[in-house]
Design a binder for this molecule. Structure first.
Ligand SMILES: [Fe+2]
Ligand SMILES: [Fe+2]
Length: 181
């Protein structure tokens, strides 16, 4: 997976809707990266934020797969593709961003109530809230803190009408170069 492959995926499929949320995959990626930047995240974590849902583009499943009871395992797919190019500081938060939701649902009161309908649907497919052993296991994983931060931006990056500027692709290009891509 080279930076060119990543741009090709966004060019071909970035217009697809971000499952049931009223924005596109490209808008969601940019918003998430932007929120990471505004929060002062390190460049590697900003890039992870940008690319956390690349797996959705790789499977190319249109529409809202969770409505058909389908979990595309997009986090694992993307992390596998990103790890050799950008290393664990990018790939691990991506790999853990779904587990982070399961952790937050179990550990933070009120978090679940704020999930979007699609996120609530996929939660069941992804294993539901973590039990105590799963939570402890998650917290021992490298970059689990980064994954929790990424998850917060992911949840917030669903604003219709907040649109990427013309230089958004250049920002992504720059981050990928910085991380060795
Ligand atoms: Fe995701
Ligand atoms: Fe996402």
């Amino acid at each position: 997976m080279t930076p060119d492959d990543i741009f090709r995926l966004f060019a071909e499929r970035g217009h697809q809707s971000y499952s049931g949320e009223g924005i596109t995959q490209w808008q969601h990626a940019w918003q998430c990266g932007q929120l990471a930047r505004q929060a002062g995240a390190a460049p590697a974590l900003q890039l992870a934020a940008w690319l956390h849902d690349l797996g959705h583009l790789m499977t190319g499943l249109e529409g809202t797969p969770t409505l058909r009871g389908h979990d595309d395992r997009h986090e694992a797919l993307a992390a596998h593709a990103l790890a050799p190019v950008f290393g664990p500081a990018v790939a691990q938060p991506v790999a853990l961003h779904v587990q982070a939701k399961r952790w937050l649902v179990a550990a933070r009161t009120g978090y679940r109530e704020k999930l979007s309908p699609d996120s609530e649907r996929s939660l069941a497919l992804q294993g539901g809230p973590m039990n105590d052993a799963e939570r402890a296991g998650f917290q021992r994983q490298p970059f689990s803190d980064d994954a929790l931060r990424l998850r917060a931006w992911d949840d917030a990056a669903k604003r219709s009408g907040w649109l990427p500027p013309p230089d958004a692709a250049a920002t992504l290009q720059h981050l990928m170069r910085q991380q060795g891509g």
